[in-house]
Design a protein around this ligand. Structure first.
Ligand code: GLU
Length: 306
């Protein structure tokens, strides 16, 4: 078998993770170094910060300009997607870079971004009450959420899957979780799916995915369900202990959440996504983030404008 570069990088990440976990730090299930030390891992690109952006029709943009910084909502415990290193406070991952890329197009540099960690169940309220200017954090676009927030994208398509311990042989897909303890997150679409009576799962409902992963590692639950992209990150960061079943059972198109009425911002972000999918920035971001967790690259889905 050929040892791919991404596998080597993931192995380094695991070594560093083990070092952190041995330090007994809380929440180790979600830990991963933001940049595996000494590796040849591809680096996320530098983004050219736009000058004199005219977007007066966007109330969100005007407010951000006045305060001199953008407030972006994200996750902090999802390795390779939306991750915050607890010692350096540095953020990394696919969603973080997508958010930075858009910020640069809006005229905001990396140090003009204030990050706010917002869990799945609080996203709609954080966006609709203006606590964040936009949100990038494994956020599935759906009609129910569209009643409260606006979405640019989709910029990635994931699917719900199951994460289990390496020695698990009884759980082979959603049809085999009857009577099993399955952990997921309040306010998430995979939780809503696995709660359907047809699966017969016993659910444990927490606020953070890293807490579910911890419960899986300590055998308090039998599986964790959420998007495959997220689970692959945890599997890579806990290599040798966990595996992804690999049978996605929903479609989860990721969007960038923002104020429902700010069509000008939505159009601007859709243009930015399209432009950077074409100019190669998107692929560079993918290779430097999600690509390192063992996900295979697929072309981004077509943007849906409304
Ligand atoms: N993409 C799914 C959702 O938006 C699950 C991941 C998450 O909770 O962020 O609900």
């Amino acid at each position: 078998m050929k040892l791919r570069k991404s596998a080597a990088v993931a192995a380094l990440a695991v070594l560093a993770l083990t070092a952190t976990a041995c330090g007994g730090k809380e929440g180790s299930a979600g830990d991963k170094p933001s940049n595996p030390a000494g590796s040849n891992a591809p680096k996320a690109p530098e983004y050219a910060v736009a000058k004199d952006v005219k977007l007066d029709a966007s109330a969100t943009f005007k407010k951000a300009k006045e305060r001199g910084k953008l407030v972006i909502g994200s996750k902090a415990d999802q390795p390779f997607l939306g991750f915050e290193d607890q010692s350096t406070k540095e953020r990394s991952g696919f969603d973080i870079e997508i958010a930075r890329m858009i910020a640069a197009d809006l005229g905001f540099s990396k140090d003009q971004i204030e990050w706010k960690t917002v869990d799945s169940a609080s996203r709609e309220s954080a966006i609709s009450t203006g606590q964040v200017d936009y949100y990038v954090g494994t956020y599935t676009i759906n009609d129910k959420r569209k009643l409260q927030v606006g979405f640019a994208g989709p910029y990635y398509k994931a699917g719900a899957d199951l994460l289990v311990r390496k020695d698990e042989s009884g759980i082979t897909g959603p049809e085999s979780v009857k009577g099993k303890k399955v952990c997921s997150i309040k306010g998430s679409t995979p939780l809503a799916e696995i709660k359907k009576p047809q699966y017969g799962a016993q659910t444990t409902e927490l606020a953070k995915y890293s807490d579910c992963v911890q419960q899986l590692l300590t055998s308090q639950v039998d599986a964790v369900t959420t998007d495959d992209a997220i689970l692959k990150g945890y599997a890579a960061a806990n290599s040798g202990k966990l595996k992804v079943v690999g049978k996605p059972f929903t479609e989860e198109p990721y969007g960038i959440g923002m104020n429902k009425d700010d069509k000008a911002l939505r159009d601007f972000i859709n243009d930015a996504l399209e432009k950077h999918e074409k100019d190669g920035t998107y692929k560079k971001i993918y290779d430097a983030t999600l690509g390192l967790s063992g996900s295979t690259y697929t072309e981004p889905p077509a943007i849906v404008r409304y």
